[in-house]
Design a protein around this ligand. Structure first.
Ligand code: DC
Length: 207
């Protein structure tokens, strides 16, 4: 069973994807990790995320076994990830790796922005997870502050709106709901409710 989970940042897609993987015994790939790692590699080399050549070279050189979880989870890494991910060369460099993961014989769960539309349009179940901008900003702010990031809620909201706009407006594989995806709005749900709703959708779909 191949499950695609897409949606904007802090919609709950990562939590839902991890829970679905655990529930159905499937391997999980958080594809945002890849773009974040590319962004951090560019920044650490003193480069500019807007430099398509540098970003593509970093994507081609990406070593999955050498990703620094703490470094990629900062607000700065997220913003830079949104910039590097708009370069078609970066997306192309990361595509085969994601498709290989998706096509494992037993199935998989992948979450990101373009899983149901570009990486795995053949997925058995596609979820498009959303939540209001206010709810998403507040979730991400708590998460970042919990990690020790010095950032205000207003700053998180303005970065979120900027990233949403960029992710949805880019020409190559923009964030969008696949025609056959089921939308799950988690604005009024806590974590357990969102996970239960997602499991129910998958079970209905595969019945
Ligand atoms: O989900 P995230 O916040 O970790 O993703 C970071 C950035 O990576 C996001 O702003 C856009 C990009 N991304 C993408 O373009 N395609 C994906 N499949 C996953 C992430």
């Amino acid at each position: 069973m191949l499950i695609a989970v897409d949606g904007p940042l802090a919609s709950g897609k990562g939590t839902i994807a991890r829970a679905l993987a655990a529930r159905f015994g499937l391997p999980h790939l958080d594809t945002g990790t890849l773009y974040r790692a590319v962004a951090v590699a560019v920044l650490e080399a003193g480069g500019n995320p807007r430099d398509a050549g540098a970003a593509e070279a970093a994507a081609r050189a990406l070593d999955l076994s050498d990703i620094d979880e703490a470094a990629i989870r900062t607000a700065g890494a997220g913003a830079a990830a949104s910039i590097v991910s708009a370069h078609p060369g970066v997306r192309a460099a990361l595509k085969a790796l994601q498709q290989d993961f998706a096509r494992q014989p037993g199935g998989a769960v992948l979450d990101g922005r373009d899983i149901g539309t570009v990486i795995a349009p053949e997925a058995d179940v596609k979820l498009y997870v959303t939540a209001s901008a206010e709810v998403r900003a507040s979730r991400r702010w708590s998460e970042l502050v919990g990690r020790g990031d010095d950032i205000t809620l207003d700053q998180v909201m303005s970065q979120l709106l900027e990233r949403d706009g960029r992710d949805a407006a880019r020409a190559d594989a923009p964030l969008m709901k696949a025609d056959d995806a089921i939308e799950l709005d988690t604005s009024d749900m806590n974590e357990a409710e969102a996970i239960a709703a997602a499991i129910a959708i998958v079970e209905t779909r595969r019945a």
